[in-house]
Design a protein around this ligand. Structure first.
Ligand code: ADP
Ligand code: MG
Length: 419
């Protein structure tokens, strides 16, 4: 049974590059580099040789050929050569009766690895090349050891004929297949995000031009009418009012766009949440009255501190409250309630309304750029707000059903003491 343990341990070492790749590159927006392959393979080689299996003192077995071959496939022949040097130095240091055999084996396996890795880059039948590598790395050592120490091979026949081929073939096959799968998934993801980004930029530019042009055309039309001087004072005033509304709307569109494209600065400030929320609620009260909606709020008794940018916090609260009021516009007894609540390890702001609510389909699109169900909506408010909350290390959850209203729950961490 110790043999099984040895095989499993060596398989674990041979899978290390795959595991390390997923841990290290999991969240990065780049793919692996040659130096990563070199570092991780050197480490694996060292570990695999240090914890090698041995049935007779002086002869050790590990996944050296697997690692050298893998290093060559993904890091180039230079990486293979560095690994070879590392192996030679360490093997000479370990010493023992198997040392000469080990070097003789490498005289065959190293050039073979170079050849197979070159073939691998060009071939369509990559699986076959990996298979040939696994088999050769198992039987070349056996043949050479058989030539120099036939008794040894016979004495530990099962170990030699089973454990070594299984470790090498399975090791190389698993490592190359899994690594390739992760690398191609990553490539796909990177390509996808790049397309997304490019598309978003094009979209922003196109719709910005479109959205700004409409009000400008309207204003221009009214200015021409006013200039003609054929209208009464009252009419002229009305044209001016409309023009001013249009300009205000253009300004709002531009500032929402800017808020989205502006990076969320890492600079954080200690903010008292209740005071900020109170001022936003005050600001929004006239908008609520105009829309026939009752706006109310509940605050905790003691001050609540969070960290973030005060301007962004205000802007995002305005966005949520404005949406809630707009959702209640056409319902009887429209009500919006804001609750600031302090918990032991976090702070929450709840924005609750009894407005039109959302279907599961609408909910799933919430926060996507340009998603709006309103005639004059920009679909930018929530996109900005979600980004700003994320920048404050917070999160948002939402419950909603059509005709019964919506509850947004913003959760934010407490301010750090030292801020
Ligand atoms: P806009 O308000 O310009 O439409 P937002 O990003 O602020 O853009 O909101 C996107 C969409 O999310 C809205 O058009 C609306 O359909 C939906 N929504 C947001 N908040 C609410 C809410 N409280 N009740 C119902 N629908 C909401
Ligand atoms: Mg909005």
């Amino acid at each position: 049974m110790p043999v099984v343990k040895d095989v499993l341990l060596q398989l674990l070492f041979s899978l290390m590059p795959f595991v390390a790749y997923n841990i290290y590159y999991g969240k990065l927006t780049t793919n692996y580099s040659r130096s990563f392959i070199m570092v991780i393979c050197s480490l694996c080689l060292l570990l695999s040789m240090t914890f090698a299996s041995s049935v007779e003192s002086g002869l050790i077995f590990d996944v050296r050929y697997v690692i050298i071959f893998f290093g060559m496939l993904f890091g180039g022949v230079e990486t293979g050569a560095i690994l070879l040097v590392e192996f030679l130095i360490y093997r000479l240091y370990i010493g023992g009766s198997g040392m000469v055999d080990a070097i003789m084996i490498l005289v065959f396996t190293f050039p073979l690895s170079v050849l197979l890795s070159l073939m691998y880059q060009r071939s369509k039948h990559k699986v076959w090349i990996v298979f040939i590598a696994g088999i050769s790395f198992s039987f070349i050592p056996l043949i050479i050891i058989y030539l120099t120490k036939p008794d040894y091979i016979m004495e530990y026949f099962l170990f030699n004929i089973l454990a070594i081929p299984v470790t090498n073939s399975l090791g190389i096959w698993l490592l190359v297949t899994l690594f390739n799968k992760s690398v191609s998934d990553k490539e796909l993801y990177l390509r996808y995000t790049q397309n997304e980004k490019a598309e978003a930029v094009n979209h922003v530019a196109a719709s910005l031009a479109h959205e700004v042009r409409n009000p400008l055309t309207t204003v221009l039309g009214f200015l021409q009418l006013i200039k003609s001087g054929t209208f009464s004072q009252e009419k002229t005033e009305r044209f001016l009012d409309i023009s001013m509304d249009e300009i205000r709307r253009t300004e709002q569109i531009l500032s929402e766009y800017l808020a989205i494209s502006k990076p969320h600065l890492p600079f954080q400030q200690r903010i008292e949440l209740t005071t900020e929320t109170k001022s936003v609620v005050e600001l929004m009260t006239s908008y609520a009255n105009m829309s026939n909606v009752t706006l109310s709020a509940d605050y905790p008794e003691s001050p609540v501190y969070i960290s973030g940018s005060p301007a962004e916090l205000k802007q995002l609260l305005v966005n949520f409250i404005k949406n809630a009021i707009e959702a209640c516009k056409d319902v009887d007894n429209g009500m919006v309630n804001i609750t600031v609540h302090e918990e032991t390890d976090q702070v929450t702001v709840e924005i609750k309304d009894n407005g039109v609510g959302m279907t599961p389909e609408q909910l799933s699109r919430l926060g996507s750029i340009y998603y709006s169900t309103k005639m004059n909506g920009t679909g930018l408010g929530l996109t900005f707000s979600y980004q700003a909350i994320q920048a404050m290390n917070g999160s948002v959850s939402v419950r909603s059903s059509p005709r019964s209203g919506t509850v947004f729950l913003i959760t934010l961490p407490h301010a750090d003491q030292h801020l």
